[in-house]
Design a protein around this ligand. Structure first.
Ligand SMILES: Nc1ncnc2c1ncn2[C@@H]1O[C@H](COP(=O)(O)OP(=O)(O)OP(=O)(O)O)[C@@H](O)[C@H]1O
Ligand SMILES: [Mg+2]
Length: 400
């Protein structure tokens, strides 16, 4: 915002200040929106620094969330050197202006409101008093209102994530229940049936040894039944493994995905490698919904690589970046015509895999790209945007 750096050179005209304070364009991210509004507020009334103290929804206390202007002054304000203005503003719900006796610094606190309550305080400070011109003051107040909107937007985003996580967790619990039911019901019955066939074969063996003549087709038919039952039991066990929830709450994304890769390798279908890049950013901004989503998508991609691509080797890469997280699953299998599969109708049975992966990614504002061609393997790339990458709670340098 050229010319609107607080304390930098000439102050903007009242009209410019108002235009800057009401400019809502461009800032998608909460941090950018807050910083833009604070810079406009400080420039409007000609002070050197602006600090936003936000009411922490958990503790109810005021905590620094964003700032603009002179770093030393910002740091002092963040330490609480604002002559108690912020607390008074919050208690009274109105503006408070004061001059600090120690150094004569002028401090002005403006309440920041959201949904009818005070969600924060905007503290403006400088060596000279804020310009009382009504248009300038109006501009500063409007900038504070913008801070309120940005905070509200953050709260809404939080609620949305909580709702999403609840839905996905309920989903996971249901899958776990289905897994248990399959384990206790059909899997047990299949095991019993297999045992019966084995016993029957042993009895037939005894009968033959005793000189009895058996119909020719009996043994091959029993062999086939045994094979079919064995195959079904194997699939059931695989399914149960898939349905088991993965302790998403207490583990990091790499840990959860490592589990999925190991479980896949343990089945001996193909070899799989797993690597993580950019982990310096850690888990910040990776939500519970994202962990569940990445895990389920990875499972499906691995299953498809083996079942359809007959892949021998699969490489799984997780890449953390500031903006978002990417998961790539590359297999060396037979590949397929992605467009043809997408447009295929009237298939013998409904297919949920690719559609489900896409739905899961889209639900969290992410994308999925599948690249494949016959004989060239398949690459599944899923991208989920980082959840509020600039959470004000993590504002650097203000917790000093
Ligand atoms: N990695 C892959 N390699 C080769 N073909 C694939 C791969 N992934 C998907 N396909 C093709 O895309 C089709 C659709 O996959 P999708 O996962 O949607 O369904 P499915 O695996 O057949 O059934 P479901 O996942 O519902 O059990 C598959 O039937 C297969 O032809
Ligand atoms: Mg599938």
């Amino acid at each position: 915002m050229p010319g609107l750096e607080p304390g930098a050179g000439q102050a903007p005209t009242p009209l410019d200040a108002l235009i800057a304070a009401t400019d809502l364009g461009g800032a998608d991210r909460e941090r950018e929106a807050l910083e833009g509004a604070l810079a406009a507020a400080a420039a409007a009334v000609g002070v050197r620094a602006a600090l936003l103290l936000r009411v922490d929804p958990r503790s109810g206390r005021l905590a620094p969330a964003a700032a603009a202007g002179d770093p030393a002054l910002v740091a002092a304000l963040a330490r609480g050197d604002d002559a108690g203005v912020a607390d008074e503003v919050r208690a009274a719900g109105g503006e408070v202006a004061r001059r600090r006796p120690a150094d004569g610094l002028h401090v002005l606190g403006i309440p920041v409101r959201g949904s009818g309550r005070t969600v924060g305080v905007c503290v403006l400070a400088g060596p000279s008093a804020p310009d009382p011109d009504p248009v300038r003051m109006h501009a500063a107040r409007f900038a504070a209102t913008r801070c309120g909107w940005a905070i509200e937007r953050g709260h809404l985003a939080d609620s949305l994530e909580r709702a999403m996580a609840q839905i996905l967790e309920t989903d996971e619990r249901m899958l776990g229940r289905i897994g248990l039911d399959i384990h206790d019901g059909p899997t047990q019955q299949l095991s019993v049936a297999l045992l019966e066939v084995q016993l029957l074969e042993a009895e037939l063996g005894d009968a033959e040894a005793a000189g009895e003549v058996l119909p020719d087709k009996l043994r091959p038919a029993l062999g086939r039944i045994y094979e079919v039952l064995g195959g079904a039991l194997h699939e059931m066990r695989e399914l149960i493994g898939h349905l088991r929830p993965a302790q998403f709450e207490s583990r990091t994304l790499p840990e959860i995905l490592t589990d999925a890769v190991r479980a896949f390798e343990a089945r001996g279908d193909a070899e799989a490698t797993f690597s993580v890049e950019g982990d310096a950013l850690g888990e910040e901004g990776i939500t519970l919904s994202q962990r569940i989503t990445f895990y389920r998508i990875l499972q499906e991609a691995l299953t498809n690589a083996h079942r359809h691509g007959h892949a021998r080797s699969i490489s799984v890469r997780l890449r953390f970046a500031r903006e978002g997280t990417t998961l790539e699953v590359a297999d060396d299998g037979e590949g397929f015509d992605v467009d043809a599969v997408a447009g295929r109708e009237g298939t013998p049975r409904p297919r949920f895999g690719v559609v489900g992966m896409r739905d899961r990614a889209n639900l969290l504002g992410g994308t999925i790209a599948i690249t494949s061609a016959a004989g060239e393997g398949t690459l599944v790339a899923v991208y989920l945007p980082r959840w509020r990458p600039d959470d004000p709670a993590a504002f650097p340098g203000l917790d000093a």
